[in-house]
Design a protein around this ligand. Sequence first.
Ligand code: NAP
Length: 319
Amino acid sequence: MHYTTLGRTGLSVSVAGLGCGGFSRLGLSTGGNEASAIGIIHAALDQGVNILDTASAYGTEAIVGKAIKRMPREQVVIATKSSVFRGGEGWPAERVVASLDNSLRELGIDCIDVFQLHAVPPSGYDHVRDAVVPALLKEKEKGKFRFLGITETSPNDLEHQMLLRAIPDGLWDVAMVAFHLMSQNTREAVFPAVLKHRVGTLLMFAVRSIFARKERVVEAMRELAAEGKVPQSLADDPDPLGFLIHPGGASSLTDAAYRYVRHEPGVDVVLFGTGDREHLRANIESILRPPLPEADRERLRQMFSHLRGVGLVAPPRAR
Ligand SMILES: NC(=O)c1ccc[n+]([C@@H]2O[C@H](COP(=O)([O-])OP(=O)(O)OC[C@H]3O[C@@H](n4cnc5c(N)ncnc54)[C@H](OP(=O)(O)O)[C@@H]3O)[C@@H](O)[C@H]2O)c1
């Protein structure tokens, strides 16, 4: 495993972080059970992963708590989240504090390393900053968490407007942001700001569903070509990203997707979500491999840097 410093938190974290939500939820959404989910966490920890990202909304905090119960607490960085908006309504601070207390109980720990506000829309940022953060900072003084984080709601915030306001505010030690090989505007929009303000980053959506299955890429190319956003030749190609897979290049689509994001300046931790031990092993291996060849990265930039919002939502059958 390789380790890096999570921005100004100073925490030493593995560059591969286990996401305990997403479509898999440690395999709970794909036929797994508590024992297999704990097995996934242990397999990740055995391979050097030392940061686990969960959330009250994922229903996996108690499983994370059981998985780390016998570990020295300082050996693992626990990031979790509270929701703060539902149905367009901002939660009052007391409800977020209650969620923090509940996370501590579910996880069975005294202090959360990174407590994040989950999926904050641009229109809700003022409420979060003015009504919720002051109350949370009092809880921080009591020792309930060490660092404050915020996550964007990617499909509803294609230009990363919320993070662009939050990052310079000095309130947030960690930001969770979406970035992948067909959703590239994070590079110009967000990464220079996190580097300037030394905000640590947890990267989500490197693979999501679009790069987990080739047919999803083909489907996306057809939709994009119909909208005139990519050439028809890409929609007609049965393997439109096949050019990435070659000796000296990527070994698979998911390998390409993780390696594409991993080496971008401004990216600290690449989160990956899985319920499959073979995927877990392969993903860590990919995240530790060198960047994709420069020619492939340049081709991806030319083909896709103008796109917004591709591959951020679930396909209908996974919703
Ligand atoms: N706004 C937010 O705060 C927010 C939103 C979304 C996600 N997140 C965080 O980000 C984490 C990562 O997001 P994500 O779960 O969408 O992760 P991801 O790594 O982008 O994609 C995971 C999907 O790809 C599949 N997959 C993973 N490795 C694979 C492989 N080697 N080959 C084929 N398929 C593979 C997984 O299914 P298998 O189980 O079959 O491997 C799963 O369906 C989440 O777990 C969560 O912690 C945060």
